[in-house]
Design a protein around this ligand. Structure first.
Ligand SMILES: Cc1cc2nc3c(=O)[nH]c(=O)nc-3n(C[C@H](O)[C@H](O)[C@H](O)COP(=O)(O)OP(=O)(O)OC[C@H]3O[C@@H](n4cnc5c(N)ncnc54)[C@H](O)[C@@H]3O)c2cc1C
Length: 379
C-alpha cells in the first residue's frame, strides 16, 4: 500500500472512532458491554488484517501503519484499541505458523470481525515470570491434552480462538514451552470475565480453565524450544504499541484541557491565563515530546527487524510513567468537570494504570532496561 492509501485508511479509522467508539466510550468505562457489531465494522476496514499479507485477505502493511491505527483508536478508548489489536495479532500469528486448515478455519472470521482472538500466556500464578507457567500440555495419540488456567487475557470473555502457551516438559523449563491454537468452545474449557473499575469493558478481559482439553497435533503453532524466544521477540512490538497508545491518550488529554482552558473563566480570566494552570500543560507537552521520540526509535527497530528489546522496553516504561504522571494533573486542571465520563481524563487515567501491566509490568521492565544497558555498555 502506498502512503496515500495508508492515509486513506487513517481517515477511515478516524471516522470509525467518531461514529462507533466515541459515542460508546463513556459507557464502557462504567460497565456497559460493547456491541459485537463494532468488531464487524472494524473488520469492514480490515483493521484485524493490517499486517496480514494480502494473499490471506489482509492489507499487508507494516508495523508503523498498525501503530498509527492503534494511536487513533486509543486516543478515544484504550480498551477497544487493545481488543482489536489482540485479535489482529492472532490473525497474523495464524498466517505465520498455522497449518493451512487451522489457519483457514479462523482467519476469515478474525479478519472480518465475526470471530475474536486472544493470546494467553498469563496464569493466576505466573505473570512476569512467564517461564514458570504451569498449564501442562501432555502428548496423546494424534494430539495434545491441556490442563491449567489462564487469567487476565484480553478478549478472553468473547474470543472463539486463543493462542495458548503451555509447558510440554518440566515446570520452569523455558525450552519446554509451546504454543497451541485452542478453540474456546472445546469441551473442558470454562471461561469467566474479570472486571475491575480500572479497565474499560471494551478490553474484554477474562480467563479460562482447561480441564483435560484435547486438541489435534495440527493445532501446535510453535514447537518447544522456539516458543519462549518467539514471545520475547514479538512482545517488543506489543510494548511499542502500548507505549504509542499511552502517548496518544496523553496527547488527547492535553488537547481537551487546552480547549476547555480557553473558555472556562475563573477570577475574570480564562484558565489558560493562570500561569500555574498553563505550566501543567507545558510540562505535559515537554515530557510527551521525549516519549514520542522513544516510540519512533522502537518502531524503527521493530520495522527494520533489528533487536528492539531495549528500545521497546524503554519506550513502554517511559511512556507509561509519563502518562501516569501527567494524566492526574490534567484531570485536576479541568476542575470537577474533568470527572465527567464524557471527557477522556478518568478513562485514560485508569487505562494508563492498566497499560502498566500489559505486555510486561513496569518494575520488571525497569530492571530489564537496566540489565540490557549494563550488558550493552560492557560490550
Ligand atoms: C487488563 C489486562 C490485560 C492483560 N492482557 C493479557 C493478555 O492478553 N495475555 C496475557 O497473557 N496476559 C495479559 N495480561 C497479564 C499481564 O501480562 C500481567 O499482569 C503482567 O505480566 C504482570 O504479571 P502479574 O500481574 O502476575 O504480576 P507479577 O508478575 O506478580 O508482578 C507483580 C509486581 O512485581 C513486579 N516484578 C515482578 N518481577 C519483577 C522483577 N524481576 N523485578 C522487579 N519487579 C518485578 C512487577 O513489575 C509487578 O509490579 C493482562 C493484564 C491486565 C491487567
Amino acid at each position: 500500500m502506498t502512503p496515500t492509501t495508508v492515509n486513506n485508511l487513517l481517515i477511515q479509522v478516524r471516522a470509525f472512532v467518531d461514529e462507533q467508539v466515541a459515542p460508546a466510550a463513556a459507557g464502557w468505562s462504567m460497565g456497559a458491554e460493547p456491541d459485537p457489531a463494532l468488531f464487524s465494522k472494524a473488520g469492514a476496514l480490515n483493521l484485524m488484517g493490517i499486517e496480514v499479507p494480502t494473499e490471506f485477505g489482509g492489507l499487508g502493511l507494516d508495523f508503523a501503519a498498525k501503530i498509527q491505527v492503534c494511536e487513533i483508536i486509543a486516543a478515544m478508548d484504550f480498551g477497544i484499541a487493545m481488543a482489536l489489536v489482540n485479535s489482529h495479532n492472532v490473525a497474523a500469528r495464524l498466517c505465520r505458523t498455522a497449518p493451512p486448515n487451522v489457519r483457514d478455519k479462523y482467519l476469515p472470521g478474525l479478519i472480518s470481525g465475526t470471530l475474536r482472538g486472544c493470546t494467553a500466556l498469563t496464569e493466576p500464578g505466573a505473570g512476569s515470570d512467564f517461564a514458570s507457567i504451569t498449564t501442562q500440555a501432555s502428548k496423546i495419540d494424534g494430539g495434545w491434552r491441556l490442563n491449567g488456567e489462564k487469567a487476565w487475557i484480553i478478549n478472553a470473555r468473547h474470543a472463539q480462538v486463543s493462542v495458548v502457551f503451555a509447558q510440554c516438559g518440566e515446570i520452569g523449563d523455558m525450552s519446554g514451552i509451546s504454543a497451541f491454537a485452542v478453540d474456546l468452545s472445546t469441551p473442558g474449557i470454562e471461561r469467566y470475565a474479570i472486571d475491575s473499575p480500572f479497565q474499560q469493558t471494551s478490553i474484554g478481559t477474562g480467563g479460562f480453565t482447561l480441564g483435560k482439553v484435547e486438541i489435534a497435533d495440527e493445532c501446535q503453532l510453535v514447537k518447544p524450544g522456539r516458543a519462549f524466544k518467539t514471545v520475547l521477540t514479538e512482545i517488543n512490538g506489543a510494548r511499542a504499541y502500548v507505549a504509542a497508545m499511552c502517548n496518544a491518550m496523553l496527547r488527547a488529554a492535553i488537547t481537551e484541557a487546552e480547549i476547555y482552558g480557553a473558555h472556562r473563566m475563573t477570577f475574570g480570566k480564562t484558565l489558560n491565563n493562570h500561569p500555574s494552570w498553563q505550566q501543567a500543560l507545558d510540562d505535559a507537552r515537554a515530557d510527551l515530546a521525549i516519549a514520542e521520540g522513544l516510540v519512533v526509535r522502537a518502531v524503527n527497530d521493530v520495522d527494520k527487524g533489528a533487536d528492539a528489546q531495549l528500545s521497546a522496553a524503554e519506550a513502554k516504561v517511559q511512556c507509561i510513567l509519563t502518562c501516569q504522571h501527567h494524566m492526574p494533573r490534567l484531570l485536576h486542571n479541568m476542575g470537577a468537570e474533568g470527572l465527567r465520563p464524557a471527557h477522556c481524563f478518568t478513562r485514560h487515567l485508569a487505562a494508563a494504570q492498566v497499560a502498566g501491566f500489559t505486555d510486561g509490568a513496569t518494575n520488571m521492565l525497569r530492571d530489564r532496561v537496566a540489565m540490557l544497558k549494563q550488558t550493552a555498555s560492557a560490550e
